[in-house]
Design a binder for this molecule. Structure first.
Ligand code: PMP
Length: 374
């Protein structure tokens, strides 16, 4: 008997998350000294200096376990977002909270979860691993959210409905009032999970984020991450804000030390460094406007974005453009795995990185035009 036949079928059929290419991989592949990575929506300014100071200071504490449940971090997050600490569940990235919500809420082989197509792939992957049916409906042609169609997929066995706002990879966003309306229209058992990984970069966080309405909505979970605005992607930190009864269950089943000692210390420091947060927001918003203008001038179609990335369709084969950029040491994200083979996604970098990207793209598109016309 093949020993693999004894495993769960969901595990055998599992294909893991595809991350953006790494800087070291591309340096080695093309023999490059320097590489610009605009593929994973990381912070264009790096890490906050306050965070790096705290990490250095705390390095000699790593032989200790963190306090179980990370109460100091929970308190600090609750304070910043006007929540009761009982509503906050921190995790090893918001990825962990997505996984925990599925495992707490969705019954394998019985329940289903619902999302748009395309959507952030972790929703699908973890649902599959949990043996839970995933139902999806296509976004509108302009990446708008057809909520009426989403509702037609929901039934009495719908455990979770995921909406990413602003959306990844399109950058499209809706106002919180529309999401509150959706939450009220869901069947009784279903919870709306609003993934706000990118809401910090929207033009008006108050208008777009549903966080401040949580107390009046008993079937909504909000996901936030420290990987983007707070610049802590490598440390893995995120949290879910949800009704206290659900946060309690999520925290009970979470592995006790999944938010490690340094991630907790860094998270606390990152929440304090308001100067860094403001500088990041400004860099992203200015970069977004500048890149939108430049990409449009180069003949690309650019989707309006409230996030720290832009989805664009170049006037040449997207796959070729992606590869020519790689050869020049610039990593962006192809979107074929999202079912968008003609489009690409670029994260906002620092202004010099954005300029290097546009200079390389200008050359690549000029060569592509000559090849077509020459
Ligand atoms: N949700 C969305 C929509 C994302 O794009 C990402 C990061 N790629 C995450 C969640 C996960 O973030 P984290 O690093 O906190 O796990």
């Amino acid at each position: 008997m093949n020993p693999k036949d004894t495993l769960r079928p969901e595990v055998l059929a599992f294909s893991p998350y595809t991350p953006g290419l790494s800087i070291d991989e591309i340096k080695a592949r093309y023999g490059l000294q320097s590489v610009i990575k605009l593929a994973s929506n990381e912070n264009p300014l790096g890490a906050s200096p306050l965070v790096t100071r705290v990490l250095t200071r705390r390095a000699d504490s790593v032989f200790r376990y963190p306090q179980s449940g990370n109460p100091r971090l929970v308190e600090a997050i609750a304070r910043v977002h006007g929540l009761d600490p009982a509503q906050v569940a921190p995790g090893n990235g918001s990825d962990e909270i997505i996984d925990l919500l599925l495992r707490v809420k969705a019954r394998p082989g019985v329940d289903n979860v619902v999302a748009f197509d395309p959507c952030f792939s972790i929703y699908k992957l973890q649902a599959r691993l949990c043996g839970v049916e995933m139902r999806q409906v296509k976004l509108g042609p302009d990446f708008s959210f057809p909520f009426e169609k989403l509702l037609t997929l929901c039934d009495d066995h719908t455990a979770l409905v995921f909406v990413t706002n602003p959306d990844n990879p399109s950058g499209n966003a809706v106002k919180a009032a529309e999401l509150a309306f959706l939450a009220k229209a869901l069947p009784k058992r279903a919870m709306l999970v609003v993934d706000e990984a990118y809401v910090d970069f929207s033009d008006d966080e108050q208008e777009y984020s549903i966080m401040s309405r949580l107390d009046s909505l008993d079937n909504v979970v909000v996901l936030r991450t420290f990987s983007k605005l707070y610049g802590l992607a490598g440390l893995r930190l995120g949290f879910g804000a949800m009704p206290a009864w659900l946060a309690d269950l999520v925290m009970r089943v979470r592995l006790p030390f999944s938010v490690n000692l340094l991630a907790e210390a860094a998270g606390l420091a990152a929440l304090e460094d308001l100067h860094f947060l403001q500088a990041t927001r400004e860099t992203v918003r200015q970069g977004r406007a500048w890149l939108t203008e430049r990409l449009t001038q180069l003949g690309c179609t650019v989707a309006p974005s409230q996030a720290n990335f832009l989805l664009f369709t170049p006037p040449a084969k997207a796959k070729d453009v992606f590869e020519r950029l790689l050869e020049r040491g610039i990593i962006i994200r192809p979107l074929a795995s999202y079912g968008l083979p003609d489009s690409l996604r670029v994260s906002m970098g620092s202004q010099p990185e954005n300029e290097a990207f546009i200079a390389a793209l200008t050359e690549i598109l000029a060569v592509a035009r000559e090849t077509v016309h020459g």
